[in-house]
Design a protein around this ligand. Sequence first.
Ligand code: SF4
Length: 318
Amino acid sequence: MTALNKIESHNFDLSDSDILELLNIDATSPDFYRLIAVSNAITRQKSNNKGYVFTQIGINAQPCSIDCKFCSLASSHYSLSEKWEKSIDDVVLELKGLMQYHFDDFFLMATADYPVGKFLKMAKSLKPLLRPDQKFVANVGDFDTQTAQDLVEAGITGIYHINRLREGIDTKAQPQQREATIEAARKAGLEIYYCIEPIGPEHSYEEILTEIKRARDLNISVMAAMRRTPVEGTPLADKGMLSTLEMTKIAAVTNIVVNPSRSMNVHEPSQMTLLAGINQLYAELGANPRDTDCHTENNRGFTPEKAWEMLCEAGYER
Ligand code: SF4
């Protein structure tokens, strides 16, 4: 039985070779549409056509020592026009502005060197502004068990933390560090938000399979897949970018294998990927590793309203 036949008959007990077979589907072939039809059905059935919009504020634009070869904020090839750090008052004002829109989870992002104490202080000031049902997610560098507990006490409910593709090769973080942080967060009761990223044309399906399986083993409820944006000035920019069609296929396979209980995202938002069971999008403000404009809301970033509009066009509701 082919892997496609298996998933079409609702058998999701997929071996490595099944997953590779799905990843190897030609995205211009009829099989591609069979694949995305399964992913689409899974999401719509699970979510009852509910969509999600998350927002993220990047609180500093400063050189980061982890030096990821794809990131505009990396210290050896810092590509933003300015350097700045937002005050608590600045971010409080921004979040108050954002709260006039409807969105679900709220993410606070800082570069890996941002002092933990300052981050916790900011989180405590922002928490009362969120609705009680809104989840509050930290996107920060690696941390230990004490910091994980401090984050919980500051009102943080989850972390965006992943093992990036070619971690330790294209970045100065090590997979063991990333795993230790995820473990510390889980032990403290923080929810893990996961993503297969940043996927570039040079990554093999075997490498992508390894990361998809890592996410499957973590029992993730909020999942994502992201292609690498070739940011001018970064060492990996000349490797180019995956097509949206290829990204749609990888997102579909990720959704089918990881089977997140709440939502599946593709970053950055694109209408085509919504055909493949994507029901969550991000609106972003402030600094962003994929942008050379240090206020991404003026360039690549989406507003919550624009994200909702895209989801509604695809039949997802608030
Ligand atoms: S992606 Fe994150 S960790 Fe890597 S250089 Fe950029 S800010 Fe630092």
